[in-house]
Design a protein around this ligand. Structure first.
Ligand code: SAH
Ligand code: SF4
Ligand code: F3S
Length: 430
């Protein structure tokens, strides 16, 4: 039997695309290989968001080259955002690759698979125009959380970001396909549906808004919890906040990337809001959803970021009382507006700021988690954790470790929180 191996870098869009690629491979008679050494086809699904992400993919791919010595018929494919950015140039760096495929061609993979052969010239499948994925025989992870894409691409052109260039303009998946895919989920495993997109709040279909879609998903039989990611602050309407507050299956986790705490930098980033707007939005969220978990993304060392601008980001974390923040040092992405901006910040300064901001994030998360100790809350059990414990997530997406038997996996159970650190809570079954 022919075997496949897929390595995935990057965001949930890539995770979901890899699930589709795996499903198509299995539909064509391939079985999963535990290690790349045992595979007949290896796909590397890459991310371009920062230089480091690209470097990791190149390192992984270069390591694969030697496998062709022991298995000359091995097919190596590079997929995802790096080939979409590099196009044909990619073979200059990776001449041994058989297949180069951009994210827009995932839908065609079944046909592509028939066309690719080992030891031929590199085959290219790269399209510019985005289109919503069709429904495929997706091979989902045995996780109680199922990712469902509702939109692809992005129109926002934040000045630092490569996504609009590699994923194309926004396209929305039809609600019929979204509902059909949700209907097909094995509800004995998948208890939570996570609606995905770079900017989910902008989803629409005729007169239907994102809030209408949330109401429709809420009616789907068998779905117990619903979450969504990522929200853009400029598109986070009162209606969405109220819908989350009102509908019982909607989780109270809002991921709302702020990117910087300084109005000047927000403007240079082309985020289309300012500090005041963002803080008012946060206030509204906590007012309507008092138990809300609010998480964010912040970039440090964006061109022109002064010590004062950086301090504004630190104070934003405390004022917004974020449960967690994904922090990153600004990375120049060729072709984006910010790459050509004056005032690029030295690497050493970026590193120093990153250390400082991570400390503040950890500190605020720790304080916020202490308030949960002693409370009892629902937990969706995900799988084994360290030291024989099990791990699950609260409706606010907090990770909880506890003692319990494996038959609790994929169940929702009440849990008493007994202690809390910054990133993990401990709990006891009640
Ligand atoms: N659509 C989402 C997130 C997209 S990318 C949003 O609008 O927020 C995920 C995160 O990567 C971004 O939120 C940003 O914080 C980070 N990021 C994007 N480009 C970056 C760059 N050039 N350097 C460093 N971090 C970057
Ligand atoms: Fe990138 Fe901005 Fe689009 Fe998010 S909203 S994907 S950060 S351009
Ligand atoms: Fe990376 Fe592409 Fe996602 S650049 S963050 S994998 S959309």
């Amino acid at each position: 039997m022919r075997r496949y191996f897929i390595k995935t870098f990057g965001c949930q869009m890539n995770v979901n695309d890899s699930e589709i690629l795996a499903g198509i491979l299995e539909d064509n008679g391939y079985a999963l290989a535990e290690v790349p050494q045992k595979a007949d086809i290896i796909l590397v699904n890459t991310c371009s968001i920062r230089q480091k992400a690209e470097d990791r993919a190149y390192t992984f791919l270069r390591e694969l080259k030697k496998l062709k010595k022991t298995n000359p018929d091995l097919i190596i494919g590079i997929c995802g955002c790096v080939p979409q950015r590099e196009k044909e140039n990619i073979v200059k760096q990776l001449p041994f690759v058989d297949l180069v495929m951009g994210p827009q061609c995932v839908d065609d993979f079944s046909n592509i698979l028939q066309e690719i052969e080992p030891n031929k010239e590199t085959q290219f499948y790269i399209e510019e125009k985005g289109r919503p994925r069709k429904i495929h025989p997706t091979k989902r992870a045995k996780s109680p959380r199922a990712y469902i894409n509702i939109m692809y691409g992005c129109n926002n052109y934040c000045s630092y970001c490569i996504v609009p260039y590699v994923r194309g303009r926004e396209v929305f998946r039809p609600s019929k396909d979204i509902m059909e895919e949700i209907k097909k989920l094995d509800k004995s495993i998948h208890k939570e549906v996570i609606l995905l997109g770079q900017n989910v709040n902008s989803w629409s279909e005729g007169d239907k808004t994102f809030s209408d879609l949330l109401r429709e998903v809420h009616k789907a039989p068998g779905v117990e919890w619903i979450s969504f990611m990522t929200s853009h602050p400029k598109d986070m309407t009162d209606e969405i906040i109220e819908t989350v507050a009102k509908l019982p299956k909607l989780n109270n986790h809002i991921h709302l990337p702020v990117q910087s705490g300084s109005t000047k930098i927000m403007k240079a980033m082309n985020r289309k809001y300012d500090r005041d707007y963002y803080l008012k939005l946060i206030e509204k969220i906590y007012k309507k959803i008092p138990e809300a978990t609010v998480t964010s993304d912040i970039i440090v060392g964006f061109p022109g970021e002064t010590g004062k601008d950086f301090k504004d980001s630190l104070s934003m974390i405390r004022q917004a009382n974020f449960d967690s923040v994904i922090t990153a040092a600004y990375s120049i992405r060729p072709g984006t507006k910010a790459a050509a901006m004056k005032g690029q910040i030295e690497t050493s300064v970026k590193k120093e700021r990153l250390q400082k901001i991570m400390q503040v994030v950890q500190d605020v998360a720790y304080q916020k988690n202490q308030k949960l100790v002693g409370k009892t809350m629902d937990l969706l059990v995900e799988g084994p954790a360290q030291k024989g414990k099990l791990s699950g997530r609260t409706r606010g997406s907090k990770i909880v470790y506890f003692d319990g038997s494996k038959n609790l996996i994929c169940q929702i159970i009440p849990m008493k929180i007994t202690s809390a650190k910054s990133w993990v809570l401990e709990g006891q079954r009640t």
